[in-house]
Design a protein around this ligand. Structure first.
Ligand code: ADP
Ligand code: MG
Length: 303
């Protein structure tokens, strides 16, 4: 009975997915970019695909956007093969890298892209949403890195899409440009839009996502709410000098580096409290965030 209920519930959800990878594999020569990855994007959610460089994020996106064909498995976009242009009518995409023609002015680029869509978003509204007001007449070549990226992302929204896919929208941007972008994305989602974005910043997933899927080496390694994922990959390093350490709770890995002890934990406050309570004679205490790459090494022991 439970089995039947679970199965029908899953089937109902699957039917609702706006985009889906089903046991998809993709190789480039000897590189296995994706190995049996299944992924669904549901209406109205903001799904973050999180993973270190080379994990397979852009490959997953190129498959969903119909730019590549899987070696194995099935890809669906609004229930259709994404290589069918009808499937892509309600999709907006910003690839990881986009070239903007440097001679064209911002308003000219927006007008050019708007011409492809029957019901485009008015130019003024796009400029306002992505913090580009006042830059309409600027040539693209004269925009800063952050302004260029905001324009590239704004272009994904021009056609009033139902699903927007953004590949590392904020990599390399300063805090201000990042926040302006986050605002535009949040507003779209608040109005009922669906978003799939890739990032290798845990903070970005935390700021935006309702759900997170973590991939590494072409495989799904974790899936859940931001809180659940943070507990797994949001590790910190607690470093200090001490002759000995007693066993401590909440430590996922311990290393020794020439007299310095390095502990990996998702709750550095609790670990420091234990050091004090257990009278560990520590000195030179430091607490540092760990990159996703280091978190994977600490969690899996190898890469
Ligand atoms: P991510 O976007 O997570 O950084 P990618 O999907 O770009 O990862 O890449 C996954 C793996 O596939 C990497 O090892 C990358 O070098 C390889 N790869 C991606 N695209 C190509 C390609 N066109 N030719 C050869 N190898 C590729
Ligand atoms: Mg990529």
């Amino acid at each position: 009975m439970t089995q039947a209920l679970t199965t029908s519930y899953t089937a109902a959800l699957e039917g609702r997915a706006v985009a889906r990878l089903d046991r998809v594999s993709k190789r480039f020569g000897k590189t296995r970019a994706l190995e049996g990855v299944s992924l669904e994007v549901y209406p109205g959610e903001l799904l973050a695909l999180l993973g270190p460089n080379g994990a397979g994020k852009s490959t997953a996106i190129s498959l969903m956007a119909g730019l590549r064909r899987p070696d194995e498995g099935m890809v669906r976009l609004f229930g259709l093969d994404p290589r069918d242009p009808k499937a892509r009518l309600h999709l907006g995409v910003t690839p990881q890298e986009t070239g903007l023609p440097s001679e064209l002015r911002v308003y000219e680029v927006l007008d050019l892209v708007q011409a492809y869509y029957p019901h485009p978003m008015p130019r003024g509204e796009l400029l306002e949403r992505f913090g580009l007001v006042g830059l309409e007449r600027r040539q693209c070549g004269g925009l800063s890195g952050g302004q260029k990226r905001r324009l590239a992302v704004a272009l994904a929204f021009v056609g009033n899409p139902k699903l927007v896919i953004l590949d590392e929208p904020t990599t390399g941007l300063d805090v201000e440009a990042r926040r302006a972008l986050w605002e535009g994305v949040r507003r779209y989602q608040a109005e009922g839009g669906t978003v799939l974005l890739t990032t290798h910043y845990l903070e970005e997933a935390e700021a935006l996502a309702s759900r997170v899927v973590v991939i590494d080496h072409g495989r799904t390694v974790a899936e859940g709410t931001v809180g659940e994922i943070k507990a797994r990959v949001g590790l910190r390093q607690v470093r200090f000098r001490a002759p000995e350490v007693p066993s401590l709770e909440g430590v996922s890995k311990l290393e020794r580096e020439n007299g310095t002890i390095v502990l990996y934990t998702s709750d550095s406050d609790a670990v420091v409290r234990q050091l004090v309570q257990k009278n560990v004679p520590f000195s030179d205490l430091e607490v540092q965030s760990v990159s996703l790459e280091e978190a994977f090494v600490a969690l899996t022991g190898s890469r």
